[in-house]
Write a protein that binds this ligand. Structure first.
Ligand SMILES: [Zn+2]
Length: 252
């Protein structure tokens, strides 16, 4: 019976102790940090505009904020928040904490937050520093592959005799509009297996397939055939005109 009483007493005492400890914890200040603008990374790396937020007992009247033992600000009414800019402090490890005072003068201390203040280049600027060169490259590529050939080739058409042997360099294609073969530009936009190219002879834009040299030479020969046909047409036309002229003269 004595033993049971002893155990019960111990149980009550332990409970009381737990409650006291819990109360003591509630009475202390709790500090958290919020990023308002900037960068928060691994290893507690921070850069930018941050807020220390303190919560504590209901009668909390005043909170003093510290960075490494130096007072950086005081707030005397709820919410007990204080903004600070990391760039205003030396780079590296810092200890952030707060001390609070109740209306009756009771003092409380907060937990300590460890932060590593990093330079802006490691923080917010990083995204921009990556994005800008990428954009420059992308727009540069668009300019090279599309705009420049469009501008430089505008209006100009080449005149090359039919059947002339060309140098195709990086690859040639056959114009689907006029059937003449031509060398494709290095900087031209790809459309699957084709390239967007402007025929230097007829001046029309089309998706031109890259053709093997054999096909290109065949196309050159084919031109020769049209050449002959054209010459023949011309001579026939001239003959006709000559005849007409003759008839005119005869008529006179
Ligand atoms: Zn053409």
């Amino acid at each position: 019976m004595k033993k049971i009483l002893y155990v019960s007493l111990m149980f009550v005492l332990l409970n009381l102790l737990t409650i006291t400890v819990a109360l003591a914890q509630i009475e202390e200040l709790h500090m958290s940090m919020v990023r308002d603008f900037g960068y928060g990374g691994f290893n507690n790396d921070i850069q930018g505009l941050f807020s220390m937020k303190v919560t504590g007992p209901a009668d909390l009247a005043r909170v003093v904020f510290y960075i490494d033992g130096t007072v950086i600000g005081e707030v005397s009414q709820a919410p007990f928040n204080l903004q600070f800019i990391t760039d205003n402090y030396p780079l590296g490890q810092h200890q952030l904490y707060a001390t609070g005072f109740s209306s009756s003068g009771q003092q409380y201390s907060s937990n300590v937050i460890h932060s590593n203040f990093v330079p802006a280049s490691e923080g917010t600027k990083t995204a921009l520093q990556i994005a800008v060169p990428v954009l420059v490259i992308v727009f540069g590529a668009i300019l090279l592959t599309f705009v420049i050939p469009l501008v430089t080739a505008r209006g100009k058409t080449q005149d090359l005799p039919f059947g002339a042997e060309r140098k195709y360099g990086l690859g040639g294609g056959i114009c689907p509009k006029c059937q003449r073969p031509f060398a494709l530009q290095l900087f031209s936009m790809h459309l699957g297996l084709s390239k967007l190219a402007r025929c230097p002879y007829c001046g029309k834009w089309s998706a031109v397939r890259i053709q093997p040299l054999v096909k290109l030479r065949e196309a050159e020969k084919a031109e020769l055939e049209w050449g002959r046909a054209e010459v023949q047409e011309k001579t026939e036309a001239e003959k006709l005109r000559a005849e007409l002229d003759d008839s005119k003269y005869q008529g006179l």
